[in-house]
Design a protein. Structure first.
Length: 405
C-alpha cells in the first residue's frame, strides 16, 4: 500500500516542478519549433501541430465545525482537510478532432479509499473523436450524463460543496461508450433555441472497476433544451452568473438511467451490496441566469425492487427514494456573491429503518479572486437528520480556499 500511495505523490511533485518552471514565461519556442505557453494551464504544442497537451492542477483546503445540536453550540466535530488535489491533462493527438482527457485525484476522498480499500487515483481517462463540432463519440472513463450538479466540476460549485441530493443520487463516473449531439434551431447560437442529447452505455460498476461477470450494463440518456440560446462562456456548466448575462438564459433537462444488477449501494458508488440489484434513476434539472442572478433546481428519484440485501445478520440497503435541491445566488458586488440553498432527501418507507432522511438550509458567501480558479467560500448550514424514531438538528460552518491553474 505504501508503494502504491507514493507513486501518485511523486507524479504530483513532478507536475508542480514543471508548472513552477513554465510559469515564468508566457510563451517559449524551442529549437525544434515546439511551443509552451501559459493560458488556462500549461500548454505544450509540438512543432508540426500534431499533438497538444494542457496541464492543470487544483486543490481545495477546507475547515469545518459542527455543533452538538441546534441549541447546544458546543463542537461535536471539527475537521481540517485537504478535500481535493487534482492533476488534469487534456489535449489532442494527430489532429484536433481526436482529443483526450486524463485526470488523477490524490486525496483519500478522491481515491474512494474508505469504500473500496483501494487507492484509486484514476478519475478520468477518456478518448473523444469529434466527427463534427456538434457530434462527438467517446470511449473510456468519465462522468456520466446525470444530474447537472454532478456534471459541473467540483471546482466550480456555487457552495463549498455539492448538495446532499447529489451525494445521495449522483451517477458519478463509469467506463464505457459515450455519444453527444447538439442542434441549434436557427442561425444564431447565442439567441436561437438549442437542444442537446447525451447517451452513455457503460459497465455500471463505477471508476476503474474489476472486470464484470455477466452481460448486464448501465444505460443513461440526458436531453437538454436551451430556449434562449447558449450561455456565455459555457455558463450552463457553472451555476453562479459570473458572466452577468445581459439577456435571460436558461436550460431545462431530463435524465433517465438504468443500472442492471448493480453491485454497490449507489450503483456506481458506495459500499458493496450483498446481492445485485437493478436501479432506475430519473432527474429533472435547470438553470436560469440574468444580470448577476442565478437559480438552479433539481429533482431526483431512485427506484428499485427490494433495496435491502442481507448476509447473515448483516444488512446493506441501497437508497430508494427522492430528493429536491433548490439554490439561488446574486452578485452584491462585482466579485462577491451571496447564495442560499434548500436540499432534502427522503428514503422510501421500506428502508427508513436503515437509511435516514435529511434536510439542509445553507447560506453562502463567495469572494471570487480569479473566477472559479481562485476563490474563498464560507457557508453556514442548518442540518436536520430524520431517523425512524427521532429528529436531530445541528449547525455546520465551513470555510474553503479553492486554488487552481
Amino acid at each position: 500500500m505504501a508503494r502504491t500511495s507514493i507513486r501518485p505523490v511523486m507524479m504530483l511533485v513532478l507536475a508542480l516542478i514543471i508548472l513552477h518552471h513554465a510559469a515564468f514565461s508566457q510563451e517559449e519556442v524551442g529549437e525544434n519549433g515546439d511551443r509552451i505557453w501559459l493560458r488556462g494551464g500549461i500548454n505544450f504544442l509540438d512543432h508540426d501541430s500534431t499533438m497538444m497537451l494542457t496541464l492543470r492542477f487544483r486543490m481545495q483546503n477546507q475547515a469545518s465545525l459542527e455543533s452538538v445540536s441546534q441549541t447546544n453550540l458546543g463542537i461535536k466535530d471539527a475537521q481540517f482537510i485537504i478535500r481535493r488535489v487534482r492533476l488534469r491533462l487534456n489535449g489532442f493527438v494527430v489532429n484536433p478532432q481526436l482529443t483526450y482527457l486524463l485526470q488523477l485525484g490524490f486525496t483519500r476522498g478522491d481515491a474512494d479509499f474508505d469504500n473500496s480499500q483501494f487507492f484509486n487515483v484514476l478519475r478520468d481517462a477518456m478518448v473523444v473523436y469529434r466527427v463534427q463540432p456538434n457530434l462527438h463519440f467517446g470511449i473510456g472513463q468519465g462522468k456520466l450524463p446525470g444530474n447537472r450538479e454532478r456534471v459541473i466540476s467540483s471546482s466550480e460549485q456555487q457552495f463549498v460543496d455539492r448538495s446532499i441530493v447529489n451525494r445521495t443520487f449522483n451517477l458519478d463516473r463509469d467506463v464505457g461508450l459515450n455519444a453527444y449531439y447538439t442542434h441549434t434551431l436557427g442561425d444564431n447560437p447565442s439567441l436561437d433555441p438549442r437542444i442537446s442529447l447525451r447517451l452513455a452505455l457503460t459497465s455500471g460498476l463505477g471508476r476503474n472497476p474489476t472486470p464484470r461477470i455477466g452481460n448486464k450494463l448501465m444505460y443513461t440518456a440526458r436531453l437538454s433544451f436551451f430556449p434562449f440560446g447558449n450561455f456565455t462562456n459555457n455558463g450552463d456548466y457553472f451555476v453562479s452568473d459570473l458572466s452577468h448575462e445581459e439577456t435571460p438564459k436558461m436550460y431545462v433537462a431530463a435524465v433517465v438511467s438504468r443500472n442492471d444488477n448493480a453491485l454497490r449501494t449507489g450503483g456506481t458508488i458506495g459500499t458493496a451490496l450483498y446481492e445485485a440489484r437493478s436501479m432506475d434513476n430519473i432527474f429533472f434539472d435547470g438553470i436560469f441566469k440574468y444580470r448577476g442572478f442565478s437559480l438552479y433546481g433539481e429533482y431526483a428519484r431512485r427506484m428499485l425492487a427490494n433495496p435491502i440485501t442481507r448476509e447473515g445478520a448483516s444488512v446493506r440497503a441501497a437508497f430508494a427514494g427522492e430528493g429536491l435541491n433548490l439554490q439561488a445566488g446574486y452578485f452584491v458586488a462585482e466579485n462577491w456573491e451571496i447564495s442560499a440553498r434548500y436540499s432534502s432527501v427522503e428514503p422510501v418507507q421500506e428502508v427508513r429503518q436503515f437509511l435516514n432522511g435529511q434536510t439542509q438550509y445553507t447560506l453562502c458567501l463567495t469572494r471570487f479572486l480569479n473566477g472559479h480558479r481562485v476563490k474563498l467560500q464560507s457557508d453556514l448550514t442548518y442540518n436536520i437528520l430524520r431517523t425512524l424514531v427521532s429528529e436531530q438538528s445541528s449547525w455546520i460552518l465551513r470555510f474553503q480556499v479553492e486554488l487552481g491553474l
